[in-house]
Design a protein around this ligand. Structure first.
Ligand code: ZN
Length: 695
């Protein structure tokens, strides 16, 4: 009976957590479900005690099967005792039909059932036997509060574990909650029937506590010290809080405000600045009232994979935008509210603390202020970000931009870059050509640098001498078997400063990321005839534009075009979140526009369509992509290999559209084909593809 009750309560507790029932209703149910058996047992215990005292019968030690059967066997039972037994038996059968289920016939201890006989002298020792059972087939009235106490410990632990995981944004939250519930229901039921109280009670108690301890150990491991719980320091802190509340003053290193909230730490930073000054800035910022909101804002941006965030302060509101995967996303604007006795709203306080952290004047809302700081995300994926802060007064208020850079894991190969296997051998041919010029290009902020790093590693650098000419101001990764030649643009040097020396050593291939100056280009064109390959980069929207950009340096077109082997261009495109994308059937018109037959694309994918309001809220936002619908990016590649007809066309009529048409005629279809390929694979949307094509 009680067992069933508490299963119900557990279920109601979880309904409550999902906000389907309110707390009042739960309390009411608890009261009814718990107090009824409690009251009955208590009354009965009193009754049994009275009967036992007046009669003083011995209890039947034989393994009786049931109370009703056993009643007539007690030889010395007097009339009152018989009446009592009768009543108890009736109570057993009528009031709690479930009691029979709760007491397995074979295992039930004798005393328990004999209790139905009303013949037990109730002594302390008896109460502590029999597992959770007391006389009368009910939970003992002394043990019942203990049982409720254990249940509330479980409720408390489950609630804390749930909210702690929510705060730490653990993906395992639902699974762990479910496991904790199932463990309690299943093992709790088993322990419920353990016939020895001193086993049943601690076992049930441990059942509540042990999983939480295991969780605490696992959660503490990756967290910074101030985030850990149940450590000596934390317990002492809790103890001090309690003692202080009841008036006993205990000095304790208080958990400071900047240590609570999301798991993120900030540091002041800046080149050539005394560490003491940086430490001073940090202390001042931490004591500013807006510092925690600043931490929360940066935490939100970083955990949603933003690479930049922007604040726009106006007299009416503060608007926040995040740049995720190269696209700006608007957050809901927050109206400016000024509390009594203050002259700033919370976001202005936040801005003030940020300015203190970077060491600029918080009262200056007009001029351009810049600085850097470090943000360290705690938790499992502990990651350090360098943040560039720029603020500038605007007509309506002030705008702030914060850009984050993290140390990236380099891409290993062309597959990781997202290049289709069909293109890869053609690219390898270009990278390992005997002589000529190969151009690698991309619009700005489209991953040109990362791709160039991969291409450099793919060059045959074991049978050829490869030299990388780089700017000391933006060093690239060191690659085995690639010789390095540095020039320093800060000193006004260009690749031309080191190029003659490098060429003197007669290398087979040279990587010069910046060779768009006329002199460099001319020298390279001359050298490209002498069994030397030049690989260079340039910013351009597509391959044809890259070619025309070189021609814009006023180099003789014939000189450049005749040495040019080919050009690759790339654009980054957002990938659909695999967790929440949904399929749909494309319309015939759309397929026609893309030049596809209906049998070539049965379904495309799109971002999740929102449901009508109550269901949408119930479903919640997708945790994998924070409801953006896209997660991560891949590259579209356009590899154009120069042919004689293209060369002729460029020299006679360098019209970009005509050149593109000529490439298409030769089957070099570029981005369109690559994009459609991604659409058919369900990796991106038509909207995202057209956004990228309009770049
Ligand atoms: Zn998603």
């Amino acid at each position: 009976m009680f067992n069933i009750c508490y299963s119900f309560i557990s279920v109601f507790y979880f309904l409550l957590r999902s906000r389907l029932l309110n707390a009042g209703m739960l309390f009411f149910l608890l009261l009814i479900l718990l107090l009824i058996p409690c009251g009955v047992t208590f009354a009965q215990t009193l009754m049994d005690t009275g009967a036992a005292m007046s009669i003083g019968t011995e209890m039947d030690a034989g393994g009786a099967q049931s109370a009703t059967k056993q009643a007539p066997r007690g030889g010395t039972i007097q009339k009152i005792g018989e009446a009592n037994a009768q009543r108890n038996a009736e109570l057993n059968n009528a009031a709690t039909p479930a009691a029979g289920e709760n007491v397995p016939a074979g295992n039930a201890p004798a005393e328990n059932i004999a209790g139905g006989n009303a013949a037990i002298p109730v002594q302390k020792s008896d109460i502590l036997k029999d597992g959770w059972w007391g006389p009368g087939g009910y939970i003992s009235s002394i043990k019942l509060p203990l049982y409720i106490f254990v249940f509330f410990i479980w409720v408390g632990c489950a609630s804390w574990m749930n909210s702690d995981q929510e705060r730490l944004k653990k993906e395992s939250r639902e699974t762990l909650n479910f496991l904790y519930l199932i463990l309690y229901v299943v093992l709790g039921t088993v322990f419920f029937f353990v016939p020895i109280f001193w086993v049943a009670f601690p076992a049930t108690l441990l059942l509540c506590i042990v999983p939480v301890m295991v969780y605490v150990v696992k959660r503490n491991k990756p967290l910074p010290p101030h985030e850990k719980v149940l450590t000596g320091e934390h317990l002492y802190y809790l103890y001090a809080v309690v003692m202080n509340k009841i008036g006993v003053k205990i000095k304790v290193k208080k958990r400071l405000s900047y240590q609570i909230g999301p798991s993120i730490e900030m540091e002041s930073a800046g080149k050539n600045i005394d560490p003491k000054i940086l430490q001073g800035r940090l202390i001042v910022a931490r004591n500013a009232p807006g510092y925690n909101l600043f931490r929360e804002s940066v935490f939100d941006a970083l955990t949603s994979n933003a690479t930049s965030m922007m604040f726009d302060f106006t007299p009416e509101r503060t608007s926040i935008r995040h740049q995720v995967d190269g696209v700006w996303l608007d957050m809901a604007p927050i109206p400016r509210v000024i509390e009594k006795g203050k002259n700033k709203d919370v976001f202005e306080e936040m801005l003030e603390s940020a300015k203190l952290l970077i060491g600029t004047n918080p009262n200056d809302r007009r001029s351009r202020q810049t600085g850097t700081f470090i943000a360290i995300l705690g938790g499992k994926k502990r990651k350090k970000y360098e943040a560039e802060f720029i603020s500038q007064g605007t007509k309506t208020g002030e705008a702030v931009m914060i850009q984050f850079t993290a140390s990236k894991v380099p891409f290993k190969n062309l597959n990781e870059l997202g290049m289709r296997p069909e293109i890869q051998p053609k690219l390898m041919e270009q990278l390992n050509a005997r002589q000529g010029i190969f151009v690698v290009s991309a619009p700005s902020a489209n991953g040109l640098r990362s791709s160039m790093d991969v291409f450099t590693r793919l060059c045959d650098r074991f049978t050829r001498d490869v030299v990388n000419i780089e700017d000391a101001a933006s060093p690239t990764e060191a690659i085995e078997n690639v010789l390095l030649a540095q020039y320093d643009s800060a000193k006004g040097e260009t690749p031309l400063t080191v190029l003659p020396d490098v060429l003197f050593k007669e290398p087979h291939a040279l990587i010069i990321r910046n060779m768009s100056s006329l002199e460099t280009l001319q020298l390279c064109c001359q050298e490209a005839d002498m069994h030397r390959l030049f690989i260079t980069t340039i910013r351009a929207k597509d391959g044809v534009e890259a070619i025309l950009r070189f021609l814009a340096t006023k180099i003789t077109p014939q000189q450049f075009i005749s040495r040019l082997n080919g050009v690759i261009n790339q654009r980054l495109i957002r990938k659909l979140c695999p967790a929440c994308k949904e399929p749909y059937q494309p319309t015939p018109q759309l397929l026609q526009q893309l030049g596809l037959r209906p049998d070539q694309a049965k379904e495309f994918y799109r971002t999740r369509t929102p449901l009508p309001e109550p269901e949408e809220r119930k479903r919640g936002i997708c945790p994998k992509c924070n409801g953006i619908g896209y997660r991560g990016r891949t590259a579209l590649f356009e590899l154009l290999v120069m042919s004689d007809s293209v060369r002729e066309l460029i020299l006679s009529n360098p019209n970009p559209n005509l050149i593109r048409q000529q490439f298409a005629k030769e089957g070099q279809t570029g981005f369109l084909y690559e994009g459609i390929h991604l659409l058919i694979k369900g990796e991106t949307t038509v909207e995202e593809f057209s956004r990228v094509m309009k770049m």
